[in-house]
Design a protein around this ligand. Structure first.
Ligand SMILES: [Zn+2]
Ligand SMILES: [Zn+2]
Length: 325
């Protein structure tokens, strides 16, 4: 059971979720080639997880029903076994301060059936399928009653918060707009033109550009909080994944795979998070995907100020990433 508590006086929230304390803990490293017969995300172990909400298999989208499990899948979406939020959360009884019931959805997207699969080694088809799944699932949860924001993200490596080694992404659909996102929307409302479109104009073909294809640019942002931070931004102003064509999804997969493969080539086994930023209703927002490697923990100064000390200038990071590329 969980609840969404509001800050004493700011429009900020936290989720108190006691059930998540029971999560398994991942092995120290996500080492390639290692197989785990006890992994509940592996193909063949479907009965060890709740029924899938969507199963992608051979170009079709299926679902598990009752005790029946779809086998031989390509991508499998299941409810998180230790959800931060849940659709059947009970009403809160007289909270001490302002709080909401822990209503929402928490899904796991198992990106590949094989335990030793690694995102940067996915085929073109595998990347395109994953991007299509991302679009489908974000759109699905965005239309559920009471949902204000859908957070789509991936944790890779124990240091980055992954509790299961098998490659997967997650989605949490929230009944509140996160303050972190709202702050950007408010800033954009006060501007005459889109700051992301402006950013593309300034960074394209510049020294912080890591990669570009027909539809996207990958840059190490000027104000990088962590070493090797990368942003993937569509060249066209699009506010949400629902506006992506098949061609754009394919290009997005190409950029994401390129970025992760360069990070892994530069620091093998690097732990990272990536997060999609997008809004369903606010068309002035410009979707972007941020990849943040985890090389150190946020300490007192970072927590006390929100200012991150980064020892790797993005301009040098780009040189390292593109060495021998
Ligand atoms: Zn596995
Ligand atoms: Zn824009």
């Amino acid at each position: 059971m969980s609840e969404i508590r509001k800050h004493y006086f700011l429009d900020e929230h936290c989720i108190i979720a006691t059930g998540r304390a029971k999560r398994p803990s991942a092995p120290e490293a996500c080492s390639a080639g290692k197989n785990s017969s006890s992994c509940v995300f592996c193909r063949g172990q479907e009965d060890k997880t709740p029924p899938a909400t969507a199963v992608y298999k051979g170009g079709h989208v299926l679902r598990d029903t009752g005790d029946q499990r779809v086998t031989g899948w390509d991508v499998r979406c299941i409810p998180n076994m230790y959800p931060a939020l849940s659709p059947d959360a009970p009403e809160l009884v007289k909270p001490e301060f302002e709080a909401l019931q822990g209503y929402g959805f928490h899904e796991v997207i198992i990106e590949h059936p094989a335990h030793d699969s690694r995102l940067h080694l996915f085929s073109d088809e595998g990347m395109l399928l994953l991007m299509q799944v991302y679009r489908d699932r974000v759109m699905h949860y965005g239309t559920q009653e009471g949902i204000k924001y859908v957070s789509l993200f991936k944790n890779w490596g124990k240091k980055a918060g992954a509790s299961i080694e098998h490659t997967h992404s997650q989605l949490i659909a929230l009944p509140v707009m996160p303050a972190y996102v709202q702050r950007e929307l408010d800033a954009i409302k006060s501007l005459e033109k889109c700051p992301y479109c402006d950013m593309i104009g300034k960074e394209k073909n510049g020294r912080r550009q890591v990669y570009s294809n027909g539809h996207f640019i990958v840059i190490a942002p000027y104000c990088s909080g962590v070493p090797y931070e990368l942003w993937v931004i569509p060249l066209k102003h699009v506010h949400h994944l629902s506006g992506f064509t098949r061609e754009m999804l394919s290009s997005l997969g190409d950029c994401l795979r390129f970025a992760i493969s360069r990070l892994d080539a530069t620091i093998p086994g690097l732990a990272y998070n990536y997060m999609f930023f997008q809004t369903e209703d606010y068309r002035d927002y410009h979707l972007n995907l941020r990849i943040q490697p985890v090389t150190s923990v946020a300490a007192g100064f970072e927590r006390g100020t929100g200012i991150y000390i980064n020892t790797m200038p993005p301009e040098i990071a780009v040189e390292h990433l593109l060495e021998k590329a």
